[in-house]
Design a protein around this ligand. Structure first.
Ligand code: GDP
Ligand code: MG
Length: 393
């Protein structure tokens, strides 16, 4: 072993990537990202530090370096601390830093025909648990994929709607953007547009160079073209993660999923399932039999059948919910896309969804919103009249 990637080392030593980066910072070692490589000397230092830490706090190896230093039994019992304080307390405080982790929400963007749909289909086919016999998989605008690193939620809205779901009404829906670029076509207008959207939303990007199975595939050209946009792939010394894949053969897809999980881990995504509910509409439609159906991404809190929801100037009571695989569910926590039956009108994609205690509260929120809208309209009308007055007849 000479050089080793940071995330590989973290995995081998059983510590999380953030902790590994903290340790490197502590040692003054510079790196671009978790996939940067570090020297053997540094690896040895890290191992030493971890061994020392394990000695001073044998009960809780997963603590952060700081917590370990502060652990009580590091030194022989000080005179002013006669009570034998147990270690578990330190361990609890280290974990109680915030809400629990949640799964990453990923959007796939790129130029037409570069393979967005094919890539999503491949992931869905290989990573979504088969449904019970007889069920028809409906397209609901999002799905949950199971990977060895946990759940990843993919937004699956066609074409240009992907842009509205990345950043809707000023808030991000997606945590990570996958930019798909065909290896035989390289950067095209909609690729640049997708990159611009991800940058504007400040969402981390991962580039998937697709169609590498084609004989005319030229992944190196894609990387050079990206560099022209100041997006420098890691192999060229930059910090852009670029993964060669084929949606046709499945090559590289496992790596892509792994990079998504790594990026998510670094983003430290959290949401409180016990907090106030908030969500966003992914898509809505009218079903001939069921009526209005809307897919909502739960961002914070938990939804339950029977809850009242407010969207724009409309509201609804959840009559039934299904998960993205079509199974009936009674409740749904953060980073879960759910299809909801109970809205009276089709809500628009990107609309924020809030909950209300009861129907009365829902109506009050809507009345308030309607009033604000009328006030704004009236003010606009007055400005127009004043302008006409000034211009004269
Ligand atoms: P989208 O417009 O970005 O959603 O692209 P599609 O997924 O519809 O793919 C466009 C075309 O490229 C289709 O004919 C796909 O079969 C083909 N395609 C997609 N991915 C691959 C791939 O990895 N290898 C090859 N050879 N063809 C692919
Ligand atoms: Mg498509």
């Amino acid at each position: 072993m000479s050089k080793v990637r940071i995330y590989t080392l973290a995995k081998d030593l059983g510590v999380d990537n953030n902790k590994m980066l903290e340790m490197l910072d502590g040692l003054g070692v510079s790196y671009k990202s978790v996939s940067s490589t570090i020297e053997e000397d540094t690896v040895e230092l890290i191992k030493q530090l971890l061994a020392e830490e394990a000695e001073s706090a044998p009960a809780a190896p997963a603590q952060t370096a700081d917590a370990a230093q502060a652990a009580p039994q590091a030194a022989p019992a000080p005179a002013d601390a006669p009570t034998p304080s147990p270690a578990p307390e330190a361990a609890t405080t280290a974990e109680d830093t915030g809400a629990p982790h949640r799964a990453p929400v990923v959007t796939i963007m790129g130029h037409v025909d570069h393979g967005k749909t094919s890539l999503l289909d491949y992931i869905r086919k290989t990573r979504v648990a088969a449904k019970e016999a007889g069920g028809i998989t409906q397209h609901v605008g999002a799905f949950e994929a199971q990977t060895s690193k946990g759940k990843i939620v993919f937004i699956d809205t066609p074409g240009h709607e992907a842009f509205t779901t990345i950043r809707a009404r000023g808030a991000n829906v997606a945590d990570i953007a996958i930019i798909v670029i065909a290896a035989d076509d390289s950067l095209m207008p909609q690729t640049r547009e997708a990159i611009a959207h991800a940058q504007a939303a400040k969402v981390p990007m991962i580039v998937a160079i697709n169609k590498v199975d084609l004989p005319q595939a030229d992944p190196e050209r894609v990387k050079t073209d990206l560099t022209q946009l100041n997006l420098v792939p890691e192999e060229y010394g930059g910090d852009l993660v670029v993964v060669p894949v084929s949606a046709k053969t499945g090559e590289g897809v496992e790596d892509l999923l792994e990079y998504i999980s790594l990026t998510a881990e670094l983003e430290d995504l959290r949401a409180d399932p016990k907090g106030t509910f908030s969500g966003v509409v992914i898509e809505g439609r009218v079903d001939k039999q069921a009526g209005v159906l809307a897919t909502v991404m739960v961002q914070e809190g938990t939804l339950h059948v029977g809850d009242f929801l407010v969207v724009g100037e409309g509201y609804g009571k959840i009559k039934a919910m299904t998960d993205s695989a079509g199974g009936r569910i009674k409740e749904a926590g953060p980073s879960t896309p759910v299809q909801i039956l109970g809205f009276s009108e089709v809500p628009a994609s990107g609309e924020q969804v809030q909950s209300a205690k009861n129907e009365h509260a829902a109506r009050e929120v809507i009345a308030g919103r309607a009033q604000t809208r009328r006030d704004t309209e009236a003010a606009r009308e007055r400005r127009k009249l004043t302008l006409e007055d000034m211009m004269g007849p």
